[in-house]
Design a protein around this ligand. Structure first.
Ligand code: ADP
Ligand code: MG
Length: 569
C-alpha cells in the first residue's frame, strides 16, 4: 500500500477561491470589516489582560471611497501586523489568525466576539479588486509593512512609513465591479451587513445641527458642524441583559431593525442562552391578523453581530418564521446546505429551544394578563394554531393557553370549554359536540338557532381551522367538532316538529328546488327544516365530513402558499 499527500498548487486554487468561495461579490466588504473588527477586538483583549501595553483609546473603522482613482479603503486602528505576521496570516491561504488567537487565549477570549474562522475571508477582496494593498503597523514596536498583490500567487512586501497603529486595506476595484465605488451602494452594504457590528464604523461625515446660542436672533440659521457619519449601533439591544431593558428599549430596537414598519409589535421574546450552545436574540410578534401570506424572512440571522442572512429556514421552526427580530449565534454552521442544516444536531437543539421559549413567553402572557392576551389573540392565533399543527411539543404547551372564542367574544381555553359544555352538548354516544361557526354573518341563522337552544358556538375563522379541528379531534378523546350548519347538529338540536308540519309538502318541495339551483345537489345535502327561530324558517345543512373534505382540499395544497404543504394528519 502506498500513501501520499494530495498536491495543491496555488496557481489552481487561487482562481477557484475567487470564483466559487462566495457566490455573492458584495460580501467582500463584510469580510474586510469583520477582519478590521477582529483586529480591534484583539487589541481590546490584549490591553485588557495587560499583554499589550498601549492605550486602547476609542478606535473606529473607516471606509472611504475614492472614485477618481477607483480605490476603496478600509482602515482600522486595531492590532496591526508586523511584516512577519503578514507573511504568516495573509500569505498562507486558509490559515486563520482568528482561530489561532482564540486557541491561544482560550477561556479568557471566548467571549471576545472574534468573528474570523476559516482563514479565507481576506481573499474575497479579489472578487472585486484586481489589486490589493495592505499597509499595516503592529501595536508592537516594529516598522510598518506594505504588501501588494495583483491576484496572482506572487506578492511584494516592503517597509512603509505609516506611523499610526492599525491596518489599511486598499482595493483597486476592477472594471466589472465599479458599482462598489458608488457611495450609495457602499452605504447600502454597510447598513445591510454591518449595522450592529461592535466597533464604530465611519463612512464620510454628516452635518449636525447645534442648538442656537442665547443671543441669536429669530431669523439666524441654527449653527451646524460636520461630524463623523457612524453607520452602526455597536451595542444593539439583543447583546444586553434583559434586566437592563425596558419595554421602550425593545420597541426602539424594533424601529431600528425595521425603519419602514410603522405598526408596533405586540410583544417580544428575549433569547439568551450560553449552554449547550450560544444564542442571543430578540423575537417580536407583529400584528398578524388573518394573513397567512404575511411576509416571511423577516428574522435576521447574525453571527457575532455580523449580518449573515434573513433566510432562517431550517433554523427557526417554520411556524415561527412569521415572527420578526434577530437571532445571533456563532454555533450555527452556515457554510453548509440547508438540508444538512435541518439534520444537524446543534441546529435542532436551537430550533427546539426557540420553540420552547416562545411557548413559555406566551404562557406567561396568558397567565399574567389574560385580558390583554385575549385582546391580542386574533393577531397571534395564526402562528399559534400553525405551531400546534406542526410541532407536537408546541401543541402540548399551547393547549394550556390556546383560546377558543365564542361568537359572543367569550374566550375559553379548551379545558374551560369542555367544562362549560359537558352537561348540555353531548350526542347519543356521549361524545362532546363542539359547535362552531366560521363566518358570523353567513351562518347567522344557524348561530342564533343554536344559541336559542343554550349551546355555546365558537367562532373559528382562521385559514387553517379545518386542520386544527382535525388535530384536536385526533389528540383529544371523545370530542367532535360540528359546524353550526352541519347536519349532525340534528342530534343535538331537537327539531320543532310543529313548525315543520305547518309547511305543506308543496311548499317544501318548491323551496328545495329553488335552493338546489344555487347549490349542486350532489355536493350538498339540502335539507329543509323548520327551526323555531322566527327569522329563519329554513336551513340548509351539509354533512360535516363532506364540507371538511372540500376545505382540506382547498387549504392542503396551493391554498396555503405560505407554508407549502401542510403536515400530514
Ligand atoms: P479569518 O478572519 O477567518 O482568520 P481571513 O482570511 O479573513 O481569515 O484573515 C486572515 C488573517 O489575516 C486574520 O486571521 C488576521 O490574522 C489577519 N488579518 C486580516 N485582516 C487584518 C487586519 N485588518 N488587521 C490585522 N490582521 C488582519
Ligand atoms: Mg476574516
Amino acid at each position: 500500500m502506498a500513501t501520499g499527500s494530495i498536491n495543491v498548487s496555488v496557481e489552481n486554487i487561487f482562481p477557484l477561491i475567487k470564483k466559487f468561495l462566495y457566490s455573492d461579490h458584495e460580501i467582500f466588504l463584510r469580510e474586510l470589516i469583520s477582519n478590521a473588527t477582529d483586529a480591534t477586538l484583539k487589541l481590546k483583549h490584549l490591553t485588557n489582560i495587560g499583554e499589550a501595553k498601549v492605550a486602547y483609546g476609542d478606535p473606529k473603522i473607516e471606509v472611504k471611497v475614492d472614485k477618481e482613482n477607483k480605490l476603496l479603503h478600509i482602515i482600522d486602528q486595531g492590532i496591526g501586523m508586523t511584516a512577519e505576521e503578514v507573511e504568516k496570516y495573509i500569505n498562507q491561504v486558509a490559515f486563520s489568525g482568528a482561530e489561532e488567537f482564540l486557541e491561544k487565549y482560550k477561556d479568557s477570549a471566548k467571549d471576545s466576539g472574534i468573528i474570523g474562522h476559516f482563514g479565507l475571508g481576506f481573499y474575497s477582496a479579489f472578487m472585486v479588486a484586481n489589486k490589493v494593498e495592505i499597509i499595516t503597523k503592529s501595536y508592537k514596536d516594529e516598522p510598518a509593512a506594505h504588501w501588494t498583490c495583483d491576484g496572482s500567487p506572487t506578492y511584494t512586501i516592503e517597509p512603509h512609513d505609516k506611523t499610526e497603529r492599525g491596518t489599511e486595506i486598499i482595493l483597486h476595484i476592477g472594471e466589472d465591479d465599479v458599482e462598489f465605488l458608488e457611495e450609495n451602494r457602499i452605504s447600502e452594504l454597510l447598513i445591510k451587513y454591518n449595522k450592529f457590528m461592535p466597533v464604530p464604523i465611519k463612512f464620510g461625515t454628516k452635518t449636525e445641527t447645534l442648538p442656537k446660542p442665547e443671543e441669536a436672533k429669530e431669523e439666524d440659521p441654527a449653527p451646524t458642524q460636520e461630524v463623523d457619519n457612524i453607520i452602526n449601533n455597536p451595542n444593539p439591544a439583543w447583546t444586553k441583559q434583559p434586566a437592563d431593558l425596558k419595554d421602550e428599549d425593545y420597541k426602539g430596537f424594533y424601529r431600528e431593525l425595521y425603519p419602514m414598519q410603522f405598526e408596533e409589535p405586540l410583544f417580544n421574546i428575549h433569547l439568551n442562552v450560553d449552554y449547550p450552545f450560544n444564542l442571543t436574540g430578540i423575537l417580536y410578534f407583529p400584528k398578524l391578523g388573518q394573513d397567512m401570506n404575511f411576509q416571511k424572512d423577516r428574522i435576521q440571522l447574525y453571527q457575532n453581530q455580523v449580518f449573515v442572512t434573513d433566510n432562517v429556514e431550517g433554523i427557526v421552526p417554520e411556524f415561527l418564521t412569521m415572527l420578526r427580530g434577530v437571532i445571533d449565534s456563532p454555533d450555527i454552521p452556515l457554510n453548509v446546505s440547508r438540508s444538512y442544516l435541518q439534520a444537524d444536531g446543534a441546529v435542532k437543539k436551537i430550533s427546539s429551544y426557540i420553540t420552547r421559549k416562545v411557548a413559555d413567553k406566551l404562557n406567561s402572557l396568558f397567565k399574567n394578563d389574560r385580558e390583554d392576551f385575549e385582546k391580542k389573540w386574533n393577531d397571534i392565533k395564526v402562528v399559534i394554531e400553525y405551531g400546534m399543527l406542526s410541532e407536537d411539543k408546541f401543541f402540548e404547551k399551547a393547549d394550556k393557553f390556546a383560546l377558543y372564542p365564542t361568537v359572543d367574544d367569550t374566550y375559553f381555553t379548551f379545558e374551560e370549554l369542555q367544562e362549560k359544555i359537558k352537561e348540555n352538548q353531548t350526542d347519543k354516544d356521549n361524545k362532546l359536540v363542539i359547535l362552531y361557526a366560521s363566518d358570523k354573518d353567513e351562518q347567522h341563522a344557524y348561530i342564533s338557532a343554536a344559541k336559542d337552544k343554550g349551546y355555546e358556538v365558537l367562532l373559528l375563522d382562521s385559514p387553517i381551522v379545518s386542520h386544527l379541528i382535525q388535530k384536536l379531534e385526533t389528540s383529544k378523546e371523545n370530542i367532535s367538532f360540528v359546524r353550526v350548519d352541519g347536519d349532525h347538529i340534528d342530534n343535538l338540536i331537537k327539531k320543532d316538529e310543529e313548525t315543520i308540519s305547518k309547511l305543506s309538502d308543496e311548499e317544501k318541495d318548491a323551496l328545495k328546488v329553488d335552493l338546489e339551483k344555487v347549490i349542486p345537489a350532489e355536493k350538498y345535502t339540502v335539507q329543509l327544516e323548520a327551526m323555531d327561530s322566527n327569522a329563519s324558517p329554513f336551513m340548509i345543512t351539509q354533512p360535516e365530513f363532506m364540507r371538511r373534505m372540500k376545505e382540506m382540499q382547498q387549504t392542503g395544497g396551493g391554498g396555503m402558499n405560505m407554508f407549502g404543504n401542510m403536515p400530514e394528519m
